[in-house]
Design a protein around this ligand. Structure first.
Ligand code: ADP
Length: 478
């Protein structure tokens, strides 16, 4: 028959045969960073001998993580298509549905088939269904699932690079995966795949509008602007719905009316409704993220902001990226005070603009409080409390008791710690307030640019921030 996908052997895995139409990287739009990382895998699968000859260590497993419909499966198929190798696909939930004792044997079966036909790719969608943290959840583990997971780990550890089989797994819940899966030699390469930004959406629309005749006046860029938060799958759906509407009304060209109606339909679809950002929420997020970035920029001891976005990312509504301080050995007091101030920047912007702050700053407040507490109890940065380490442990949980709360100092010291922490946070709040009031015009400009472009990179930011008024130097400490 004309089936492109056939059932293969005993395993439920589907083999996409070499004869079926190949997906290539050109079919995946707006995911350039992920593609760049996958190029290396493609090169290896194409010419494994070249890599083995020089002893290069190639990853066995690649984890693609991100929201549903962002093209993770498509990317995995594209790697197979580019390298022209067989692609075995199975879903984690298929393993779990199986009868007792079957899951583990299916895993064995799958691996032996892939090895026979190597070089090859095994793709496991929804790996979280088998790979969630062992022993997680109520009432202990799920035996069948754990056996399947264990078998998967055994197989991964058991084949060496010469097997020329690469595993690609996908999940939208990387947070619940068993850490054993992510260890070196397993899924040690992790690639995030996010919902596309405006340019990405335009490129995806271009890919999926091939073979769909558009009426004059249709502008895919305008359509991309109207669809913030849509994934690649949503956009493909929009174009397909529009084509259906057009055919049903016996028209030959897809026009703006059909496209608008298709957007509404897809937006109203069950899985979409929650993900579309409402206008008000978008405005608040633009000011919130703008507040962080502007305060960070006005600080004297903070690295430049490299990127801001108001697109939802994981559980956050948006994010602001400051060059990480991570690989430094120590931080100064002024750098930490700067961090506190820009952590407060989002919340303060909401106060200034809307006078009715949202709960969106809870994570910022949590992080700032933890930093301020460390400054007082670990870094000796409060002259009132003095240079001592207070409290034992770092909040380790032992037998369900939070040891971090076990105090080794007096009630009086505890009170002064609390007062000092509070003072640091209030000062940070005031600094952020001062910056945002002084630079209010730039804050508005920034929010407007974010609403229009959704994501701003370092170059765009440099232009907007050209005239930022810096925070005056803090009085010298001690
Ligand atoms: P995921 O595996 O992340 O849930 P899929 O790869 O299954 O998403 O995407 C479903 C469909 O949506 C794809 O087959 C493709 O038609 C479309 N799609 C998703 N992302 C993209 C993209 N970046 N470029 C082009 N099409 C995409």
């Amino acid at each position: 028959g004309g089936s492109k996908v056939m059932k293969f052997g005993k395993s439920k895995a589907k083999l996409v045969s070499k004869e079926s139409p190949q997906v290539t990287f050109a079919d995946v739009a707006g995911a350039d960073e992920a593609i760049e990382e996958l190029e290396e895998i493609k090169d290896f699968l194409k010419e494994p001998a070249k890599f083995q000859a020089v002893g290069a260590r190639i990853p066995k497993g690649v984890l693609l993580y991100g929201p549903p419909g962002t093209g993770k499966t498509l990317l995995a198929r594209a790697v197979a298509g580019e390298a022209n190798v067989p692609f075995y696909a199975i879903s984690g939930s298929d393993f779990v549905e199986m009868f007792v004792g079957v899951g583990a044997s299916r895993v064995r079966d799958l691996f032996s088939q892939a090895k026979e036909n190597a070089p090859a790719i095994i793709f496991i969608d929804e790996i979280d269904a088998v790979g969630r943290h062992r022993g997680a959840g109520m009432g202990g583990g799920h035996d069948e699932r754990e056996q399947t997971l264990n078998q998967l780990l055994v197989e991964m550890d058991g084949f060496d690079v010469k097997a020329n089989v690469i595993l690609i797994a996908a999940t939208n819940r990387p947070d619940i995966l068993d850490p054993a899966l992510l260890r070196p030699g397993r899924f040690d390469r992790q690639i995030g795949v996010d919902a596309p930004d405006m340019l990405g959406r335009k490129r995806i629309l271009e890919v999926h509008s091939k073979g769909k005749p558009m009426a004059e006046g249709v502008d895919l860029e305008v359509l991309a602007r109207k669809t913030p938060g849509f994934t690649g799958a949503d956009l493909a759906n929009v174009l397909n719905e529009a084509a259906l509407l057009t055919a049903r009304s016996n028209a030959q060209l897809i026009d703006n009316r059909a496209l608008d109606e298709a957007v509404d339909r897809v937006m109203a679809g069950p899985q979409r409704r929650t993900r579309v950002m409402r206008d008000k929420e978008k405005l608040i997020t633009a000011y919130h993220e703008g507040g962080h970035a502007l305060v960070a920029t006005a600080m004297n001891f903070t690295d430049p902001v490299t990127k801001i976005t108001i697109l939802p990312r994981g559980r956050a509504l948006g994010y602001t990226m400051v060059m990480p301080l991570e690989d430094r050995y120590s931080v100064t007091r002024n750098e930490l005070l700067d961090q506190l101030a820009y952590a407060m920047g989002g919340r303060v912007a909401e106060e200034i603009i809307f006078h009715d702050p949202t709960s969106g700053a809870s994570n910022d407040i949590e992080k700032a409080t933890a930093t301020a507490r460390k400054m007082v109890t670990e870094f000796g940065m409060s002259s009132v409390v003095g240079p001592l380490k207070l409290g034992q442990g770092s909040g380790e949980v032992f037998l369900g008791r939070d040891m971090g709360h076990q105090r080794d100092y007096s009630e009086r010291v505890a009170e002064s710690v609390d007062r000092e922490v509070r003072q640091l946070l209030e000062d940070a709040h005031d600094e952020a307030y001062e910056v945002l009031i002084k630079n209010r015009v730039i804050l508005d400009e920034l929010a407007t640019a974010l609403l229009e472009h959704e994501t701003l990179d370092q170059t765009a930011l440099a232009e907007i921030f050209a005239n930022v008024e810096q925070l005056p130097a803090r009085p010298q400490w001690l």
